[in-house]
Write a protein that binds this ligand. Structure first.
Ligand code: MGD
Ligand code: MGD
Ligand code: SF4
Ligand code: MO
Length: 734
């Protein structure tokens, strides 16, 4: 499809489908949108720079303030029209790198800010009721409780947990600082299910995660990622590259909308991507399609890789991964002979019991083909670092939960492995955990084995949750605190460029920015010396000091200041950031920790191959949590205009398989695994492999998919859970 045609189609969809781009629209069709007569959205349009303009009426003035959406990864620029203290309208910021684009979620954020169910003030649980209290009272209670628990059981009995909402914030660094000051090693996060495994796999192999350079590429693999749903700006770049002649390979158990543009679609069995990558390497090595010079000068262990991949012929892997051998060959040849090539690698590779080695095999595929840090390949970026404020010297002797099981995860992240928390809380092994402070996350819906998590939350003596809403996790809290949205707080954003973003409206009711809660709790707990800053700007100046810039300077650079080093093949100067300074196909570090030094393939723990007996009863392969364009994890279900588009939690199932199971489209169905069962609606999806089913995440009971997921058998290296490869069964609800 021509570029103009794509743009024209997109504009048409924007007009007719209420703010949805082509990508969003197609992705929605896949994921079970039922009501598509939308409306209620603005069109994508741009707004000028920050200025104060006269309103139509004589007296009223509208202030236009540019900011950046921090709901998900792309960080689109938005222009807020502010009247008085209220957001009146949100539009795309044309001058920003997102060029005026906002997705349906971005466009509906006014509804989120002023949602009637937003938390307005701190509350304390009294029996089954919530009682309004002041911030001072809340902070006093929290400090007294936490210090009491510390005295009785040790500081490690308190876990501080941050969710996705803090990933985009400076506050998480202050939360880590607070943990170290307080003396608990139990600082846990959503990094136990997101990004962490990828970071480990890539860091072990070549020191950093490469950034795909779509603009200059000749071939793209979209691997376990659906950017049309999860990162619309990346999807657009991929479509542009394709339009410019680049080849496109999609590796996904579902025919996602991008497969319509793809040259090859490998409909992989979930969790077997490691075997597939090794098989592609088998073809690339035997057909001499790799970069000999790079391999010779910049890798360690290539000879051992040659031996390893001999066991992964396309014929053999065809049986493992459910892909015809000649298609594996075709994809391998395409990737190996169209250089430079890059990989758009998604979170679906992070969530298996064999994840770090799987990620390493994909990393190695990129490296040996000579696609590292070249124009059109995977760019190895090194970003300037802000001041480390972690108080590392105060890290206690006692190790966090999960460190014994996944010592390398601990070495990389200095965090607890959150997936072990429910078990640790219930069994009091390695020690009692008595309290949890959860900020910006909803672990009851997003962590593995929700039934166990619920029991664990019940068992705790004291739970604090800071959120925008009364979430299912917050229902278990003793104290609930109202958080300010990103519109209502100052922050630093560091994504390639560093920006200071001031608040655009005052805090809603009694809500507070997360940083403020952390600073104030720090002071109340007796660590004033570690939180000496009078406000966020002063604290950010401290963080910015190593860069030689200040908040004042950043205020004068509304588009931000670049953080990363420019240029290609930067490794030629200082080598890669690994012990050998080379790409470590053979990792001595892994060997030292007792893991296989090579990127071996291991079957997922629960699969028709590893557990054939179990598969007789639970015959469907379950993958979960593929992104829905109108929801951010557990968020946005209360936004009416979005809910209209995706009203129900579903089971995506191939009609052929459904017929066998006597399930009709739209039927209520029960989906079960060894852990438990949930209820959702069947949604026929002919794009999914008949042996595989998908359930989205983020919905509450009785549709919480993480009731089905496992917290016990995790990836040995990272401790990541198998959200994308389990065994389940489905039946029509009686
Ligand atoms: N709208 C929206 N956007 C988001 C988010 C959101 O909640 N909503 N969340 C953000 C966050 S935190 C993240 S981590 C990203 C994640 O977003 P992505 O990286 O795109 O990952 P997923 O959506 O989990 O899965 C992408 C694709 O992987 C496929 N898949 C499932 N299992 C396997 C497998 O075993 N192998 C392969 N090859 N493919 C598989 C799925 O069918 C799906 O099409 O999205 C971010 N963007
Ligand atoms: N089965 C399955 N489970 C998954 C996944 C999957 O693919 N499959 N994906 C995993 C991944 S990649 C991720 S990232 C996690 C996400 O896991 P979580 O972080 O636990 O989930 P979110 O829904 O993003 O939680 C964010 C919470 O913060 C609140 N919030 C929003 N803004 C703010 C703010 O500024 N301050 C505060 N204090 N609160 C705020 C929201 O209302 C929401 O309740 O889910 C994981 N869970
Ligand atoms: S894609 Fe949507 S939610 Fe994500 S940053 Fe952009 S506007 Fe915000
Ligand atoms: Mo994530």
């Amino acid at each position: 499809m021509g570029k103009d045609k794509i743009m024209a189609e997109r504009e048409e969809l924007v007009k007719t489908k209420g703010g949805l781009t082509r990508a969003q629209f197609l992705a929605l069709m896949e994921w079970g949108a039922l009501g598509l007569s939308l409306g209620g959205f603005g069109f994508i349009s741009g707004c000028a720079t920050k200025s104060r303009v006269k309103g139509v009426g004589e007296k009223s003035t509208t202030e236009l303030i540019n900011t950046v959406c921090r709901i998900c990864g792309p960080r689109c620029g938005m222009t807020a029209s502010i009247e008085g203290d209220r957001i009146e309208k949100l539009e795309g910021w044309k001058e920003f790198k997102s060029k005026g684009y906002l997705c349906p979620m971005g466009l509906s954020l006014k509804e989120l800010v002023y949602a009637p169910d937003r938390l307005k003030y701190p509350m304390k649980k009294e029996g089954n009721d919530w009682k309004r209290i002041s911030w001072d009272e809340a902070l006093d209670i929290i400090a007294e409780k936490l210090n009491g628990i510390k005295k009785e059981y040790g500081a490690e009995a308190v876990d501080f947990h941050f969710g996705k909402a803090l990933v985009a914030q400076e506050s998480r660094y202050y939360m880590e600082r607070l943990c170290n000051a307080f003396g608990t090693p139990n600082y846990s996060s959503v990094g136990s299910q997101c990004h962490g495994a990828k970071l480990m796999g890539y860091k072990l192999t070549y020191g950093c995660i490469p950034k795909p350079d779509y603009k200059n590429t000749k071939c793209i693999i979209v691997w376990g990622c659906n950017p049309e749903a999860s990162d619309p700006l990346a999807a657009e770049s991929i479509l542009k590259a394709k339009e410019g002649g680049a080849k496109l390979i999609v590796i996904d158990p579902i025919k996602i909308s991008l497969t319509k543009e793809a040259d090859v679609h490998l409909q992989v069995r979930p969790g077997t991507d490691g075997a597939l990558a090794l098989s592609m390497l088998n073809v690339i090595i035997s057909e001499n399609l790799y970069d000999k010079e790079f391999v010779e000068n910049w890798t360690v262990g290539f000879d051992k890789l040659v031996d390893l991949v001999k066991g992964y012929s396309p014929e053999k892997v065809s049986e493992i991964a459910w892909i015809p051998a000649d298609m594996i060959r075709e994809a391998a040849r395409m990737y190996g002979s169209n250089k430079p090539a890059c990989i758009c690698q998604g979170n679906a590779l992070d969530l298996h019991t064999n994840t770090v080695q799987m990620i390493r095999s994909v990393a190695i595929l990129q490296a040996v083909c000579g696609n590292l840090d070249v124009a059109g390949g995977g760019l190895v970026e090194s970003e300037a670092k802000l001041a480390d404020i972690s108080l590392a010297e105060k890290r206690p002797e006692v190790k966090p939960v999960g460190a014994a099981e996944h010592p390398l995860f601990y070495e990389f992240r200095y965090q607890a492995q959150a997936n072990h928390l429910p078990e640790a809380i219930l069994s009091e092994d390695p020690y009692p955990i008595r309290a949890m402070v959860v900020v910006g996350g909803n672990p009851l819906l997003t962590g593995p084995n929700a039934n166990k998590m619920r029991k664990a939350l019940k068992k705790l003596d004291f739970v604090v949750v800071m959120d925008l809403f009364m979430t299912p996790t917050a229902e278990f809290a003793d104290i609930v605190l109202p958080a300010a949205t990103f519109f209502e707080r100052a922050d630093l954003v560091t994504r390639g460029k560093i920006m200071f973003l001031d608040k655009v409206i005052p805090e809603y009711e009694e809500s507070r920015p997360d940083w403020k809660f952390i600073f104030e709790l720090g002071k109340k707990l007796g660590y004033e010396e570690y939180f000496p800053w009078k406000d966020a700007e002063e604290a950010f100046d401290h963080r910015l000091a190593p860069l030689g810039i200040t908040v004042e300077q950043l205020k004068k650079e509304p588009l931000g200041i670049a953080l990363s080093e420019e240029g290609y093949k930067k490794y030629e100067k200082n080598g890669f950031k690994t012990p050998s300074k080379k790409v470590e196909i053979y990792s001595e570090k892994l060997e030292k920790f007792g893991y296989d030094p090579l990127p071996v393939y291991v079957e997922p723990n629960e699969s028709p191959v590893s557990k054939p007996n179990l598969a007789e009863e639970y015959s469907l392969v379950l993958t979960s949590g593929a992104r829905i364009p109108v929801y951010m994890h557990t968020m946005m279900r209360n936004i009416k205009s979005l809910r209209k588009m995706v009203p129900d939690p579903v089971l995506n199932i191939n009609p052929k398989k459904a017929k066998e199971l006597k399930i009709e489209d739209g039927d209520g169905v029960v989906v079960e695994t060894l852990r438990g069962g949930i209820e959702v609606k069947a949604k026929f999806t002919k794009e999914i492999d008949p042996r595989v089913v998908h359930v989205p995440h983020g919905w509450s009971d009785p549709a919480n998919v993480n009731v089905l997921t496992d917290d016990e058998v995790l990836d040995p290296i990272s401790g990541f859970p198998a959200y994308k490869s389990l065994l389940c069964r489905a039946r029509k609800k009686a």
